[in-house]
Design a protein around this ligand. Structure first.
Ligand code: SAM
Length: 252
């Protein structure tokens, strides 16, 4: 990391410049407290759509059987489980900033939910990845980059640990291009997401943050531009559910 300089950091709820600690401490507090209810919230609040988005992500992800896959912001292991099932790679390294989220992922492993795909877990801040240059074939990341106060640095770190010819496959909430659909979705985000989140996890404030961070996040083109600035090329994306979510694939 020594040659990477720290870029300006933002408050991930507003997109405005702020010390990194503000967002990092908030995200740790939210995800450590909701870890055990996170999957239920996902299923209920997206009306099950998150499964289709993960299926789409797998269709787009160029993962081969001999690949070593790094899952960034892997949380409770949803993406890693989808990768294990759909692609059966040689190895998955599932990482996250918050140990409580990874505890749930470990419990999935104990239940055999990754089949016989070898998987390891590590607490990792994506803005400072403790792995060697060019060590992974593919990086997956779902709903991770939005929560990071230094996104250019995180993307530069991902670029660094990818092998040449590798790819970053990123699922994230995005901006519906159709204005009517966008308005409806923003109403849902502002009023219903905190309601569902509060009901299921008891942490309404955490879901006010979720809604705010989605609103403040760049659109599909904006995220592609950030990836390009980090060094990635041939960046493509596909919208899901009218652009509520998008999967970007960016090559090294
Ligand atoms: C909405 S969850 C997504 C989890 C998982 N990828 C999924 O699809 O269910 C966001 C995750 O990002 C993690 N996260 C936030 N900031 C991070 C950072 N700087 N480095 C690594 N993980 C981070 C959080 O701890 C949380 O588990």
């Amino acid at each position: 990391m020594s040659e990477l300089t720290t870029t300006h950091t933002i408050d991930t709820a507003t997109g405005k410049e702020a010390p990194a600690e503000l967002s990092t401490e908030r995200v740790k507090a939210i995800f450590s407290s909701i870890a055990r209810k996170y999957e239920l919230f996902n299923a209920v609040s997206s009306f099950g759509a998150y499964r289709r988005w993960l299926d789409g992500m797998m269709l787009q992800a160029p993962i081969l059987p001999h690949h070593d896959v790094l899952d960034i912001a892997g949380g409770t292991g949803d993406v890693s489980r989808w990768v294990a099932k759909a692609k059966r790679p040689a190895h998955i390294q599932c990482t996250d900033l918050v140990p409580e989220m990874l505890e749930v992922a470990r419990a999935h492993k104990a239940r055999g939910d990754f089949g016989n795909v070898p998987i390891d877990f590590d607490v990792v801040d994506a803005q400072n990845i403790p792995y060697a240059d060019e060590s992974y074939d593919i990086i997956t990341m779902a709903y991770g980059i939005r929560n990071m106060p230094d996104r250019p640095r995180a993307l530069a770190e991902m670029y660094r640990v990818l092998k040449p010819g590798g790819a970053l496959v990123c699922l994230e909430f995005s901006t519906p291009p159709n204005p009517a659909w966008r308005m409806l979705y923003r109403f849902y985000l502002k009023h219903l997401i905190p309601f569902w989140g509060g009901l299921i996890t008891g942490d309404k404030a955490g879901f006010v943050y979720l809604a705010e961070s989605i609103r403040a996040f760049p659109d599909q083109r904006g995220l592609a531009d950030m990836m390009e600035e980090a060094g990635f090329h041939d960046i493509t994306w596909k919208n899901y559910t009218g652009g509520i979510a998008a999967v970007h694939v960016a090559e090294k």
